[in-house]
Design a protein around this ligand. Sequence first.
Ligand SMILES: NC(=O)c1ccc[n+]([C@@H]2O[C@H](COP(=O)([O-])OP(=O)(O)OC[C@H]3O[C@@H](n4cnc5c(N)ncnc54)[C@H](OP(=O)(O)O)[C@@H]3O)[C@@H](O)[C@H]2O)c1
Length: 315
Amino acid sequence: MNIVSDIWIFITAVIGSIAVIAGIISAVIYLAEKASLRRTRAQKTWRIPQTSGIRLIHRVALITGASSGLGAEFARQIDRHPEKYDVNEIWLLARRGDRLEKLADELRIATRVLAVDMTDDAALEGLRLQCEELDKDSDFSIVMLVNCAGFGKSGNSRYVGAEQEAAMVRLNDEAAVKITQFCLPFMRKGARIAEICSVAGFQPIPGLNVYSASKAFLYSYSRALRIELIPSGISVTAVCPYWVRDTEFISVATGEAKHPFLSCRTEKVVTRALSSLRRHHAVSTPSLVSTVDRLFCGLIPDALLARICGLFSLR
Ligand SMILES: NC(=O)c1ccc[n+]([C@@H]2O[C@H](COP(=O)([O-])OP(=O)(O)OC[C@H]3O[C@@H](n4cnc5c(N)ncnc54)[C@H](OP(=O)(O)O)[C@@H]3O)[C@@H](O)[C@H]2O)c1
């Protein structure tokens, strides 16, 4: 009995020490990252016009998925305080141009409506040409990318079907990477990227299988990209909300208007996400539930998490 308890004490002491040491090292690395990104902000110099003539300055916040939900709310909140983000223009991207026009009419800042399908390579190429033209003729830079375009479908794989699953991966992952790559050449020191991931990416979720996997990809991509971009002074934040009720996401995902327990509101989620973005956080969990979920998922093995999530799956 004594041996068993000694072994138990030894194992917990080793695991506890590893956890504490890893936690301290992570915190030190994280603080160093943030300090380096903050220094970048202080050093930021926008390119000075070369000619004596007047060159327009475009400091663009590009928001994808801006025709509804979180994307539209990001546009509204950035529009309220553009100086906080060094932005003087917002570009709104989604497929429904009429919605974007309506939102653009609401905003006080200069806007550009980009009614394009983000999974369409030809449309992105057209956009690239527009940016290259602007870059030639003016002082152009993308100072913020907020990538909100995304969708999910709930139900087991057989119900959702291969076509919808592939469409989720195409938009939530492939197009997200392409739009990020598209922006990088036009970004300078001090620029910010927000990839809208989800708490769904923290654990495997039966009944939301491909969606949660697609968000796990985006989360992992964002975290690694952040490290790659620190020397360039560009910060990347993975925004991981729990269910948000006043968007179209839940009705698209479940086919029902009913929102899940403890779901939050776009206004609060976006306010917190923007605050994290300004502070160069690596991850933003913009509600108590999402913060608790992140901590919980860091402690529990995936096999158990998948079983627990299976009990609460939507369909
Ligand atoms: N709401 C939630 O509970 C929740 C929770 C966690 C994470 N998220 C994530 O938050 C992000 C924003 O979602 P939301 O809640 O704001 O949902 P939403 O209201 O459905 O917004 C999704 C946006 O994506 C755009 N979009 C869809 N397909 C597109 C395409 N092929 N090309 C360009 N734009 C496209 C839609 O516009 P068009 O249809 O006009 O193209 C719409 O503006 C998503 O990535 C979602 O995964 C949402």
